[in-house]
Design a protein around this ligand. Structure first.
Ligand SMILES: Cc1cc2nc3c(=O)[nH]c(=O)nc-3n(C[C@H](O)[C@H](O)[C@H](O)COP(=O)(O)O)c2cc1C
Length: 379
């Protein structure tokens, strides 16, 4: 018996630009008017403005909580956990959303995880999307917030199974949705080993379908599965739904919007990027990451020149703090966010080179869903 869940019904029409009929998407107790998640982008690439604008447009707007308490160039030790800053950022995003659904993206790899999740819930976040590790403790952290939907990010069926079994056994609940992120196309930290990325043979949508089947088979529950990675416009959106996804998560495309919280120079770095500029780097977290890689040597050199040392001990594992290897991740991301793309780290998905202009969030929704559907879904 199917206990709960919703299916997105879409009737793709042969021509791009025509209207598709899209049903709302229920994620736990939350309902999105349109099945579109904006991917969380730390540090402060997706903050109040972007999350608020996407939520107001009827999708899920996501504030990335990663290191919100960190300020580039600060002196001495810095408290990166940022509960106060998380609260403020989420409250502002909720106000801008005018009734739309705002969530947060919290990285398990960050030490702040246990403190930031409850702070975000208190501030009005209605969905917690968590990646960069397996979020085993997440249900306990939101115990006082039954309205908050929990959405782990995975890149494999195995990871989804591990999380579901552990949550069911320890906490008596299952994820409210799953984001399946494709390491071959997504930006930022990637959920596979570098040698397995971009070499062919991955069946991303096969993983999407296998996870849906697993929940139906083992728990008789329809859990929405959201495809992330490589979705730029309407064509990829429709393809994702045809392939079995219940919605999509998009990040790279939202960087080149007016509302994105990064400095204009960060956005312009996408406008001038060529396909060959985008590649994998080894992050101090120990995971591969996709970024504009031309300046990776300059990033480490900038930290060396300034005799920079770990200011916050923000990561569970960090080769820079523990062995002096590479560079300070949050400092490098923060520098780029503030516009120093010469010595900062510019994360991006494989689609970044497709950016031609800086548009608006509304335009992205209109392109994907059609002008009328976008207007009807907006708050
Ligand atoms: C600039 C940038 C920063 C990102 N930061 C995070 C992050 O802090 N946490 C996270 O879970 N994913 C992060 N991601 C991954 C996105 O949320 C998203 O799942 C992925 O990039 C989707 O693929 P797309 O960029 O091709 O749309 C980041 C992606 C980009 C482009």
């Amino acid at each position: 018996m199917v206990r709960s869940g919703t299916l997105v019904e879409i009737h793709p029409e042969p021509m791009l630009g025509t209207h598709a009929s899209v049903s709302p998407l229920a994620i736990g107790r939350q309902t999105l008017r349109l099945p579109l998640f904006q991917g969380g982008m730390g540090v402060r690439i997706s903050a109040r403005r972007l999350a608020g604008a996407v939520a107001r447009s009827g999708g899920l707007g996501i504030v990335a909580t990663a290191a919100l308490g960190f300020r580039s160039g600060g002196k001495g030790r810095i408290e990166a956990a940022g509960e106060k800053e998380t609260r403020a950022e989420v409250e502002e995003a909720v106000a801008l959303a005018k009734g739309g659904v705002v969530g947060v993206n919290c990285m398990v790899a960050l030490r702040e995880f246990d403190r930031v999740v409850p702070a975000a819930c208190d501030a009005g976040a209605r969905v917690i999307v968590s990646g960069a590790g397996l979020p085993f403790s997440l249900p306990a952290l939101v115990a006082g917030h039954p309205e908050v939907a929990l959405v782990p990010i995975v890149s494999s069926l195995r990871a989804a199974e591990l999380i579901a079994r552990r949550w069911e056994r320890r906490h008596g609940r299952l994820p409210d949705a799953i984001v399946v992120e494709d390491p071959d196309t997504a930006g930022g930290h990637l959920g596979d080993r570098a040698e397995n990325i971009g070499v062919g043979g991955r069946d991303h949508y096969g993983t999407v379908r296998a996870i849906k089947e697993m929940f139906l088979r083992d728990w008789q529950v329809r859990v929405p599965v959201i495809a992330a990675g490589g979705v730029w416009g309407r064509e990829e959106f429709l393809h994702a739904l045809e392939q079995g996804a219940d919605g999509v998560q998009m990040a790279t495309r939202f960087v080149v919007t007016e509302e994105c919280d990064a400095d204009r120079r960060f956005k312009e770095a996408y406008l001038t990027a060529r396909p060959e500029d985008i590649g994998l780097i080894r992050s101090p977290v120990g995971m591969p990451g996709r970024a504009l890689r031309a300046n990776v040597e300059r990033i480490a050199a900038a930290d060396r020149d300034r005799k920079f040392t770990c200011p916050a001990s923000c990561l569970e594992e960090c080769s820079y703090r523990d062995a002096g290897e590479g560079f300070c991740l949050v400092e490098a991301l923060s520098r780029a966010q503030a516009g120093d793309v010469e010595t900062g780290l510019v994360f991006c998905g494989t689609n970044a080179w497709r950016a031609e202009r800086i548009g608006t969030v509304r335009e992205v929704f209109e392109e994907i869903f059609g002008v009328e559907a976008a207007a009807a879904a907006a708050f």
